[in-house]
Write a protein that binds this ligand. Structure first.
Ligand code: GDP
Ligand code: MG
Length: 300
């Protein structure tokens, strides 16, 4: 082992939509965490692994903290808070464009209780505001918590992101390389594929649909040494939602399938057949048994 090797775990926390997933993708350089302009996009904590000759940083993208309204919501908030306990550095991310809000106070109260973790304040989306406004924002937050570092960034265009990564290294303990050079996420391939499909649903549908669906990859197989066939299933809560997802003459589902297939092919580096089925599973977001089946549970 390289004697100067450093490694550790870093979690990102912040209100929904502040840009956590965007930052993760910017650092890791692959589309591993889905992004959308609708809130509550990320449901399970996702790890992204950054590896260099002398550093490995395992990033945990949390679902975001908000007031839960369903059992799925409860699970999302719980799992975000829990990740804070086991990491070396917490990145508390705020939106420069929106400024201080109630949701931030909820998180700050949790951060104050942390004793062993370093905490950075990341002011994200600075591309949207005038540089002069950054200072006032920094003051608002640093009055409340003593941060180890305060870094204005743009997760979207990458501004200051290398600085952030270099600073993170300084705060990590000496440690081994936990994951191989080419591992960029702990998530299974199936999970990543289902997220690419879910992202398209979020993108093309409105209002209640995005948050009331779940996507599963049911099978993946290569037939006759030709293209890989991927069979996936979208679960909705009501038949009206199923109708919207399928669309007139199946147009909506075709569009979702076409766009998802492009991303999947890019990720896998090969052509695939993608089949998507839609099924109604009444009120799945409030059914503990189904949440467990779909992987939203502490017991893996
Ligand atoms: P999350 O809910 O915290 O994971 O937020 P996302 O990463 O999904 O981002 C939410 C929205 O903010 C997306 O539309 C992003 O493109 C946008 N966004 C993220 N970072 C930036 C940034 O630095 N600048 C701008 N202008 N938009 C950003
Ligand atoms: Mg996210």
């Amino acid at each position: 082992m390289n004697k100067d090797y450093r490694s550790g775990f870093v979690t990102m926390i912040g209100r929904p939509n502040v840009g956590k997933s965007t930052l993760l993708n910017q650092i890791i350089g692959e589309k591993i965490s889905i992004i959308s302009n609708k809130i509550q996009t990320t449901r399970n904590p996702i790890q992204g692994i950054y590896t260099k000759e002398d550093t490995q940083i395992i990033f945990i993208d949390t679902p975001g903290v908000h007031k839960p309204r369903t059992k799925l919501g409860d699970y999302m908030v719980e799992s975000s808070i829990q990740t804070l306990q086991d990491v070396d550095v917490v990145l508390f991310m705020v939106n420069a464009d929106e400024g201080y809000g109630k949701g931030d106070q909820f998180i700050l109260d949790k951060l104050i209780q942390l004793q062993h973790q370093h905490v950075f304040l990341l002011i994200n989306k600075v591309d949207l505001i005038h540089p002069d406004e950054v200072f006032a924002l920094i003051e608002t937050y640093t009055e409340k918590v003593n941060f180890d570092e305060v870094i204005p960034i743009s997760a979207l265009n990458g501004n200051n992101v290398p600085t952030l990564v270099n600073l993170l290294r300084e705060y990590l303990p000496a440690g081994p390389q936990f994951y191989g050079d080419d591992e960029i996420t702990n998530r299974s391939l199936r999970f990543m594929l289902s997220e690419l499909i879910r992202e398209k649903v979020l993108f093309y549908t409105e209002e209640e649909i995005p948050h009331s669906i779940n996507v599963m990859i049911e099978s993946m197989e290569r037939r006759d040494n030709k293209k890989t066939h991927i069979q996936s299933l979208i679960v909705t809560e009501r038949s009206s939602q199923k109708g919207i997802l399928i669309g007139k003459q199946g147009q909506m589902l075709k569009r979702i399938g076409r766009e998802a297939r492009k991303d999947i092919e890019e990720l896998l580096g090969e052509k695939v057949y993608l089949d998507i089925w839609v099924k109604v599973q009444k009120d799945w977001r409030n059914r503990t048994d189904l949440l467990h089946d779909y992987g939203f549970s502490d017991k893996e």
